[in-house]
Design a protein around this ligand. Structure first.
Ligand code: COA
Length: 177
């Protein structure tokens, strides 16, 4: 049983009430113009990454109701190119809240406005840390209320990714010492 519909206690604060995934689900879209395409008329991967960061931050800051900073991007793939003149549509949702950090999943689609054909082009997972507005130190994030089987699956998978992510962080630190 996944217990996430709860309240958490932030140091020196009242209990933080849980929030549903729908409350922070976000979406943005734009037309692919020549300034952001390569010589083959395909949307630049770097521009996709920028949009992913922006739409993911929207969901994270809406959920946390605070400033957030990107801590890591641990998965991004490009399955299909997006062509000049097509629409790029991005959707983000919080997958899991930890303590002061939260993972957001982003899906990117292309849409041909002449035919209406839509393709899934990119998936990404971005971790943010919520910061206190005054101290700029990490602050606890409201827990996530899960409703559907799909939301529970994403929640479980985000836990596996966090394990891997923290292990990588620890290994990098050790190799520096
Ligand atoms: C992200 C940042 C706030 C973490 O600060 P820190 O002093 O390392 O904080 P802590 O060790 O106390 O960790 C705080 C949280 O961040 C998470 N975190 C830290 N580094 C992380 C990383 N590389 N990937 C994922 N999560 C990370 C920790 O797991 C912890 O989460 P939890 O409270 O949910 O368990 C800090 O490293 C930072 O400011 N980085 C720069 C962010 C930035 O400039 N981003 C680009 C522009 S927005």
């Amino acid at each position: 049983m996944v217990k996430t519909n709860r309240k958490v206690e932030a140091p020196g604060k009242a209990l933080i009430k849980g929030k549903s995934i729908n409350a922070s689900r976000s979406e943005m879209s734009e037309v692919v113009l020549p300034a952001v395409t390569n010589l083959l008329g395909k949307l630049l991967g770097g521009h996709v990454m920028h949009l992913v960061d922006v739409v993911a931050a929207m969901a994270a800051s809406r959920h946390a109701n605070s400033y957030v900073v990107t801590a890591s991007v641990d998965y991004i793939d490009f399955r299909n190119p997006i062509n000049l003149g097509e629409l790029v549509i991005l959707k983000s949702q919080v997958n899991r809240v930890f303590n002061t950090s939260l993972e957001v999943g982003v899906k990117v689609f292309s849409e041909n406005p002449l035919t209406g054909e839509r393709k899934h082009t990119t998936t990404a997972y971005v971790t943010f840390v919520a910061l206190d507005a005054t101290t700029r130190k990490p602050k606890p994030v409201p827990p996530l209320i899960l409703k559907t089987a799909e939301e529970k699956r994403r929640w479980r998978e985000a836990g596996d990714r966090r394990k891997y992510r923290l292990e990588m962080r620890y290994r990098k630190q050790r190799s520096k010492d």
